[in-house]
Design a protein around this ligand. Structure first.
Ligand code: HEM
Ligand code: HEM
Length: 189
């Protein structure tokens, strides 16, 4: 009898134990953020009420994520995915030569992107809220800051999605599915 040496992605994932990496709060946070960001982006130019509600909702999500980064489950904690800049740089170099190590939680580059996304979203929501305040209402630079930070966030999101796709191929695992189900394969093969 001949046994095929080639293993498919499905084989690997059923053979090795699965481990819960993303808790329910992280998954709800992520997909709510994706929907709310889409609504805020689309409504930015005209539907002021919808825009402000989705923006405040995002501000609430960010508040939750910061607390969860301090007290949440193992892989949700900032301490789990904030690495030294040199580690992030080395990971990027290894990734480009397809030698990067696999991580169960966020890899060093992914972790840096999570922080960049959170900071960018804080800047967009804070400038948006300032635009509606008595103090900054009608002040041109605040509006310009809001628009610029919204555009920067969009660029980061594009890089974030590209990174997720790249890392999924690199380690032959479906990271989008993991962000839906919460599970990843345990083994590091
Ligand atoms: C992540 C959340 C947000 C995103 C992505 C976002 C994005 C945008 C974009 C793209 C525009 C259009 C800019 C332009 O072309 O002039 C805009 C305008 C605006 N945003 Fe936001 N925004 C967010 C949150 C907020 C929040 C929280 C508030 C206030 C509570 C807010 C208040 C405004 C206002 C007052 C305008 C001007 C609307 C107008 O000129 O009719 N935004 N936003
Ligand atoms: C449909 C497009 C998107 C897909 C497929 C996607 C996919 C993912 C995946 C797979 C992860 C986990 C990464 C890992 O395994 O290390 C993740 C994390 C994350 N994504 Fe996205 N993402 C999308 C859009 C967005 C958008 C629009 C935002 C921001 C507005 C965003 C913000 C984040 C954040 C903050 C995390 C970190 C999760 C946490 O630890 O809380 N994503 N995303």
């Amino acid at each position: 009898m001949t046994v095929s040496k080639t293993t498919t992605l499905a084989d690997r994932e059923t053979r090795s134990a699965l481990v819960r990496v993303w808790d329910i709060a992280i998954r709800l946070f992520h997909w709510s953020l994706v929907c709310a960001f889409a609504v805020a982006w689309i409504s930015g130019d005209e539907w002021d009420r919808v825009h402000e509600i989705s923006g405040y909702f995002i501000a609430g999500l960010l508040g939750f994520r910061i607390i969860w980064g301090l007290i949440g489950s193992k892989y949700a904690r900032f301490s789990q995915f904030i690495y030294k800049p040199s580690t992030v740089q080395n990971y990027l170099r290894d990734s480009l030569t397809r030698k990067a190590k696999r991580y169960l939680g966020h890899n060093p580059l992914g972790g840096a992107m999570v922080i960049a996304l959170i900071l960018a979203l804080i800047a967009v929501t804070a400038s948006g809220i300032a635009m509606t305040s008595d103090q900054f209402w009608g002040v041109e630079w605040v509006g310009e800051l809001h628009e610029a930070t919204a555009n920067i966030t969009l660029v980061l999101i594009a890089l974030h999605i590209a990174g997720v796709i790249f890392a999924s191929f690199e380690h032959k695992e479906n990271l989008v599915r993991a962000m839906i189900t919460g599970f990843k394969r345990q083994s590091t093969e």
